[in-house]
Design a protein around this ligand. Structure first.
Ligand SMILES: [Zn+2]
Length: 228
């Protein structure tokens, strides 16, 4: 707990390895920046399906699917996600969104989305955690891609428990009921960039996409910080 407090008070330690970071570096040290498992999903995607897009194939129509990093347990990526989700490191979410958004813009994805919509937390979890980590990632994407963030478009009607309990969402027969569109006017006729922190089975993103398309969204693309 003391260490947690220290890392909050002195954020100059690296969020990925807990080591010291040099002056001028922010959040992630140069060593980790080299070693992080970045994907090349943004390089493909437009012309051929990348591995992430393939996972949605036959389930729901997803325009593009991106993930900044590959999820690897017990490593740098897990430490980053842990700090973002459980240690209050909201600024890390914005930072990662900024970086990935800039990269996507460089790859000609700017101008392809009308709104960024984060995957919502259930109100109980929101109350407990105090913030939605995916919203902060979405905020970084929104800033760097110059696309408005609509944080309240979706609403999580059913608490499906923690993400760590695998496949919990899959057990819902009517997965569409888990997410509902609270403000259809904010998504109707829009090209949505749906943002989440991590993709495991893809069931959450699939359920949100179904809800958004049913509410009149023109198309939905998904983006995560990490994908398993
Ligand atoms: Zn590091």
């Amino acid at each position: 707990m003391f260490e947690d407090l220290l890392s909050l008070l002195f954020p100059e330690s690296c969020y990925a390895c807990d080591g010291a970071i040099a002056r001028g570096e922010r959040y992630i040290c140069t060593g980790c920046n080299i070693k992080l498992p970045f994907t090349d999903y943004h390089v493909h995607g437009a012309t051929e399906l990348n591995p992430l897009q393939r996972r949605f194939w036959g389930k729901v129509q997803v325009r593009y699917a991106f993930s900044y990093l590959l999820f690897m347990p017990k490593g740098r990526v897990q430490r980053l996600l842990h700090k973002l989700k459980y240690k209050g490191a909201k600024e890390l979410g914005v930072h990662l969104g900024n970086r990935y958004g800039s990269l996507l813009s460089d790859y000609h994805y700017s101008g392809q989305f009308d709104v960024v919509v984060p995957v919502p937390l259930h109100k109980y979890k929101m109350r407990r955690r105090g913030y939605n980590q995916s919203e902060y990632f979405g905020r970084g994407l929104s800033e760097s891609m110059n696309v408005p963030l609509v944080a309240d478009a979706l609403f999580r009607a059913i608490d499906t428990g923690t993400q760590t309990r695998k496949n919990r969402l899959d057990r819902w027969h009517n997965v569409e009921q888990v997410f509902q569109v609270k403000h259809p006017e904010k998504v109707k006729g829009k090209r949505i960039l749906l943002a989440d922190d991590v993709m495991t089975t893809g069931a959450t993103l699939e359920a949100c996409t179904i809800a958004l398309l049913a509410a009149g969204a023109t198309e939905v693309s998904v983006v995560t910080i990490a994908a398993a």
